[in-house]
Design a protein around this ligand. Structure first.
Ligand code: ATP
Ligand code: ZN
Length: 225
């Protein structure tokens, strides 16, 4: 295992989780100075630095050891964990804490006029998603065979484009589904932002900083509840 004297956390650069991640760290008493290129934040109060990246890159950065921790949606972490297990037989990625923001659900949505009887009605259908591993797991658990169409974005317009009749996508208010004449049915995963890691058995200076971070996170979360 690599040794380092500063803890490195990957957080989303911009997007739904970006502000809340930095606010949470600020509430924990950690202050940072941002680099001119806005990709790195140097910890001024503690030996903790931030890497500002796309959320999809966070599990990989942790798995390869570039970062020790990350603030990322459970949906992204679980999907990439399953993909690693499929490819390599195992994954060290794990969820250390749930962080209480970025709440959403990964759900199956069908055309509004289609009654929902259960997962069996997905048999033989085309389902568009950005989460093929989580969807495949759900289908397997329900003994359903379907055709997974992988799309990296704008999954909700797949039915209009004729790419699939059904989708499996992230939902929070449901407004996007309604705007596309779709309705939410089965929930595959309840998600929120989580603290992700791979290996936390530090033998170097990162150990006391990690302890402090976890204690402060737990303190902040307890007050928020
Ligand atoms: P990036 O540019 O970092 O790749 P992105 O466009 O993939 O960003 P965002 O849309 O910012 O990602 O979403 C980040 C996370 O926010 C999601 O992975 C999910 O955990 C959470 N989230 C909460 N509500 C929603 C929602 N309604 N739709 C999508 N994601 C949501
Ligand atoms: Zn992303």
């Amino acid at each position: 295992m690599k040794t380092r004297d500063r803890l490195r956390i990957a957080v989303q650069k911009s997007g739904r989780l970006a502000d809340a991640s930095q606010q949470l760290l600020a509430q924990c008493g950690f202050r940072f100075r941002q680099s001119r290129d806005k990709l790195f934040c140097f910890g001024e109060t503690h030996a903790v630095d931030l890497l500002l990246v796309r959320d999809d890159d966070i599990p990989g950065l942790i798995a390869e050891g570039t970062c020790d921790l990350g603030f990322v949606g459970r949906n992204v972490l679980a999907e990439q964990r399953l993909a690693q297990v499929a490819e390599a037989g195992s994954s060290a990625l794990c969820e250390v804490r749930a962080l209480g923001f970025g709440g959403c659900r990964l759900a199956i949505a069908v055309p509004q006029e289609e009654p929902w009887v259960g997962p069996e009605q997905l048999q033989g259908r085309k389902i568009a998603t950005s989460y093929p591993a989580l969807l495949a797991n759900y289908l397997r658990e329900n003994r359903v065979q379907a055709d997974i169409v992988v799309l990296s974005g704008s999954v909700e317009i797949a039915p209009k484009l004729g790419k699939a009749e059904v989708i499996c996508d992230l939902v929070s208010s449901g407004a996007t589904l309604a705007a596309n004449q779709l309705k939410e049915t089965a929930v595959i995963l309840k998600s929120e932002a989580v603290l992700a890691a791979a290996d936390l058995d530090f033998v170097d200076e990162r150990a006391p900083v990690l302890d402090l971070l976890l204690r402060r996170l737990d303190g902040v979360m307890a007050v928020r509840e």
